[in-house]
Ligand binder design. Structure first.
Ligand SMILES: C[S@@+](CC[C@H](N)C(=O)[O-])C[C@H]1O[C@@H](n2cnc3c(N)ncnc32)[C@H](O)[C@@H]1O
Length: 214
């Protein structure tokens, strides 16, 4: 199963072009504009469209993924656009990030089974500085009918990999919530995200006290 999962992503990222395009996710780009650039970590960053955009906007960017093919594409995109991204391949927590390292953490379509997700989010919480921001967009629990009507919109077909707003509330407890909603959006992202879908969006700030009480 773990190998099938990794093969799926490596195969997708070995195809010509960029699976989700080379332009950043629209929501991510909008949210970055509201923040002062600092250090940012992109989890499950695939071919690097979001990380490269952030670097162009003046952020000091780290990223990681399980896919070596994703990293190659991301570094190619970064080189084309004349920016640097510290992009690591492997599994958390073994990638050398440390507590309180980042001003922001971004998760864009980072879908995993619940058993992986909770621990993954907990580690990212520790890497964020107190007062730091999480920016999140992923397909929500209402997405499956959209996918059935139009498979080109993409996203997991396993309901367990879709997000609820309560998942985010639970995984990032005591955060100041600037935005948390599930809503319909029109996606136009490369070859794999096209059409109407239902997404969960979250922008939250880690408590100044560190949030360790949660
Ligand atoms: C839908 S893609 C999103 C890529 C990128 N964030 C974007 O928006 O273009 C999902 C990504 O999750 C990555 N992924 C899956 N399981 C992972 C894990 N356990 N740790 C890190 N990345 C993972 C895949 O390799 C893939 O790059």
């Amino acid at each position: 199963m773990a190998n099938d999962w990794l093969n799926l992503w490596n195969t997708r990222f070995t195809e010509p072009g960029y699976a989700y395009g080379s332009e950043p996710n629209v929501f991510l780009a909008e949210q970055l504009e509201r923040l002062t650039p600092g250090t940012i970590l992109f989890g499950a960053e695939g071919e690097g469209r979001n990380a490269v955009h952030a670097a162009r906007e003046g952020w000091t960017v780290s990223a990681f993924d399980i896919s070596e093919a994703g990293r190659s594409k991301a570094l190619q995109l970064a080189a084309e656009q004349g920016v640097n991204v510290d992009y690591r391949v492997g599994h958390l927590p073994e990638l050398g990030f440390f507590a309180g390292q980042f001003d922001a953490v971004a998760l864009i379509y980072a879908h995993f089974p619940p058993s992986v997700r909770t621990n993954f989010h907990a580690l990212l919480h520790t890497y964020l500085k107190p007062g730091g921001t999480v920016i999140f967009e992923g397909f929500g629990k209402d997405h499956l009918p959209y996918r059935e009507r139009n498979p080109a919109v993409g996203g997991p077909y396993d309901e367990r990999l879709l997000f609820s707003t309560d998942d985010l509330r639970r995984d990032f407890p005591h955060y100041t919530i600037d935005l948390l909603e599930e809503r319909e959006v029109e996606l136009s992202e490369g070859k794999y995200h096209n059409g109407l879908g239902s997404v969960v969006r979250f922008v939250g700030r880690k408590p100044k006290g560190g949030g360790t009480e949660g």
